[in-house]
Design a protein around this ligand. Structure first.
Ligand code: 13P
Ligand code: SF4
Length: 303
């Protein structure tokens, strides 16, 4: 029996013993996706975290995702297998900075991307994910909206609404590696392929794409589009599910080094240790959680 098989068996056994569920983001390494009970985008993972009857949630993703699960399921134990798995974009705005920014735009509603800390969500009116940013902005009864922290998702959403969006200057370092030059190279190499990109991408990359979608939206697009080849403009971890679910289709990364180091911190071994040692427990102070939950619930009510 291989070392991996032993580890998988032990993870399965501990999962039962602890009444745990394993949630994994679409960017996780293949072997972690394969042992998860549910693999999805930020929106669907937060809905799963809110709905599960398990006592323990092992969150294979990054810190803000585990925090969101802890906010939505305060009676459950939420574990993050690698405590250093963070999101540099989420770290690009602090609650103090947002408070100052809000003071410069009094009365303007704040929509905050789920890639943010609980403290920043607590300062926000609405939360959103890449799957619903446009829908949330459209649903708000205001002509001007502050959007934090992702300038690219905010800019993309602004092109889809008539509202004035005030952007914070955050960005995803992994998506920024996907350049228009790299995407053009792939388009020239595969002229029959459809190009679908994530809205965290640069506007110049989005302009070259056939479609723009969240990770789950990219999976849906590949499933439902009548094409045989696709160029995928997002973190390369998504290729595992795309290829598994569409064995008759071919997928090319827009840029093969679009790898999020934080998403790749979670390994099978760390998932096993996490269940063995019940580490690392992610908690959010009650007052912050209550305010952050208000913004997340407002999103979940709209979608
Ligand atoms: P989605 O899976 O929600 O599209 O998010 C992408 C992402 O960058 C998560 O960190
Ligand atoms: Fe953050 Fe980008 Fe990594 Fe997602 S892919 S966790 S936005 S750094």
């Amino acid at each position: 029996m291989s070392c991996d098989t032993n580890m998988v068996n032990e993870i399965q056994r501990l999962k039962k013993e602890r009444n745990a569920i394993i949630l994994a983001h679409n960017y996780q390494v293949a072997e972690v996706q394969d042992i998860a009970d549910f693999v999805g985008d930020s929106l669907r993972l937060s809905q799963q975290a809110a709905a599960t009857s398990a006592d323990v949630i092992v969150f294979c993703g990054v810190h803000f995702m585990a925090e969101t699960a802890a906010i939505l399921s305060p009676t459950k134990t939420v574990l993050l297998p690698d405590i250093n798995a963070g999101c540099p974009m989420a770290d690009m705005v602090t609650a103090d900075e947002l408070r100052e920014f809000k003071a410069q735009h009094p009365g303007t509603p704040v929509v905050t991307y789920i890639n943010s800390s609980a403290e920043v969500k607590a300062e926000s009116d609405y939360c959103c994910t890449s799957a619903n940013a446009v829908k949330i902005i459209e649903a708000i009864d205001a002509d001007e909206i502050i959007f934090v922290p992702d300038q690219h998702l905010g800019h993309y959403a602004a092109t889809k609404t008539s509202k004035n969006i005030i952007l914070w200057k955050g960005y995803c370092p992994t998506h920024r590696r996907i350049t228009p030059e790299e995407l053009t190279k792939q388009k020239e190499a595969h002229p029959n392929a459809k190009a679908v990109v994530h809205p965290e991408s640069l506007a110049e990359v989005i302009a070259l794409a056939d479609a723009v979608a969240s990770t789950e939206g990219i999976l849906r697009y590949a499933r439902e589009t009548d094409a045989k080849e696709f160029i995928i403009g997002t973190e390369v971890g998504i290729l595992h599910r795309l290829r598994k679910e569409n064995p008759d289709k071919v997928f090319y990364p827009a840029f093969e080094r679009a790898i999020c180091p934080n998403m790749k911190r979670t390994t099978l071994e760390k998932v096993l240790f996490s269940l063995q040692d019940m580490e690392h427990v992610i908690t959010v102070p009650e007052d912050i959680a209550a305010l952050a939950k208000r913004a997340i619930d407002r999103m979940l009510q709209i979608v």
